[in-house]
Design a binder for this molecule. Structure first.
Ligand SMILES: [Zn+2]
Length: 344
């Protein structure tokens, strides 16, 4: 089959479109013919290399897959060849305390498809059969691939970690990112008031269309000043963070008393300062979040099927142009998800 792999870490030039052996399904596994695979920021980290993390090389990235079941291994009963499939990106042991509790993203062996395992930048991908999820029939493969990772992440952050309530004020950073555009929709689904940020005319306009109540133009305004103005000096109840070092101070300063900050990533850097006086005096909660549980993805897919949540696709590239697609993500020229389309 054809796949896009890198044999060593580095820049975009390390991505190679080449022939690789086809995966074969073992017991409890299925092979899915990939029709679309969405990019995530994780793909960039994998290619560049992460300190202290040893990925098996050569490596195929890609966590968000929509396609058709090609073949099944022994003992698979939940799907058959020919079934349309949307793939749950979280991999876990399914037999530990957390997995039994339905908190599989806390499993000690939890991983994301395409991280330590080969992912969806390929014509075929091998996954555990339990990761085959019900396909939202009205969606194209491109739209379906744009759903799992970002909506699962945004849902877990706002619903499970923060317990979002109707009428709360939520600051979603980075409206143009995949996870930001998903978070705006999840927060609006819970009838929150959403303030978001964007940095170009195109993104400002798209952010308003996406349902946000207020959009802060980062080229003109400081986040905390605008948040204070919009909320009558109160601050927001929830800050949805995934940017890290570049926005950390503004994020903390934007919180109301008893507010909670939830963070799932740090694309601009990990090392930040935390003034503990603010933490206790304002009774703030700072929470980490990573992916989400399988049952949460089922809920998300049902809401997508019913039209309450809509995938946001920014652009589509053929598989062989994966480097161009990653370049667009690096240059932050996108609004929503960038998707690779795989021809038969
Ligand atoms: Zn487990």
């Amino acid at each position: 089959m054809k796949a896009v792999r890198f044999h060593e870490h580095g820049g975009l030039e390390k991505l190679r479109y080449e022939d690789v052996p086809e995966p074969q399904p073992g017991p409890g596994e299925v092979v899915v013919r990939v029709r679309a695979c969405a990019l995530n920021y994780l793909d960039l980290w994998e290619r560049r290399g992460l300190p202290g993390i040893q990925l098996p090389l050569p490596h195929i990235s890609g966590s968000d897959v929509a396609g058709i079941v090609e073949s099944t291994g022994p003992g698979v009963a939940n799907c058959k060849p020919g079934d349309k499939s949307i793939v749950c990106p979280g991999l876990s042991c399914m037999q530990c305390e957390f997995c039994y509790l339905g908190k599989d993203n806390l499993c000690r062996s939890y991983s994301v498809l395409g991280y330590y395992s080969d992912g969806g930048y390929a014509e075929l991908v091998k996954i555990p059969a339990v990761n085959v999820m019900p396909y939202p029939e009205r969606l194209s493969f491109t739209d379906a691939a744009a759903v799992p990772l970002v909506f699962l992440t945004a849902w877990h952050m706002l619903v499970d970690r923060c317990g979002i309530q109707a009428g709360e004020d939520v600051l979603v950073l980075g409206a143009g990112s995949g996870v930001g555009s998903a978070a705006i929709q999840v927060a609006k689904f819970f009838h929150a008031r959403v303030i978001t940020t964007a940095s170009s005319d195109m993104k400002l306009a798209r952010a308003r269309e996406s349902g946000a109540d207020h959009v802060i133009d980062l080229s003109k305004r400081k986040i905390r000043d605008e948040v204070k103005r919009i909320t009558g000096k109160k601050g927001v109840d929830i800050v949805f963070e995934h940017i890290g070092a570049a926005t950390w101070v503004e994020s903390l300063s934007s919180l109301a008393h008893h507010g909670r900050l939830v963070i799932c990533g740090a694309t601009t850097g990990y090392d930040v300062h935390l003034d503990l006086r603010h933490l206790f005096a304002k009774q703030i909660s700072v929470m980490g979040s990573y992916m989400g549980a399988r049952h949460e993805l089922l809920k998300v897919l049902r809401l997508v099927e019913e039209g309450h949540l809509r995938p946001v696709v920014s652009s589509v590239f053929p598989l062989q142009d994966a480097a161009k697609a990653q370049a667009q993500m690096e240059n932050r020229e996108h609004f929503g998800k960038i998707v690779l389309l795989v021809d038969r």
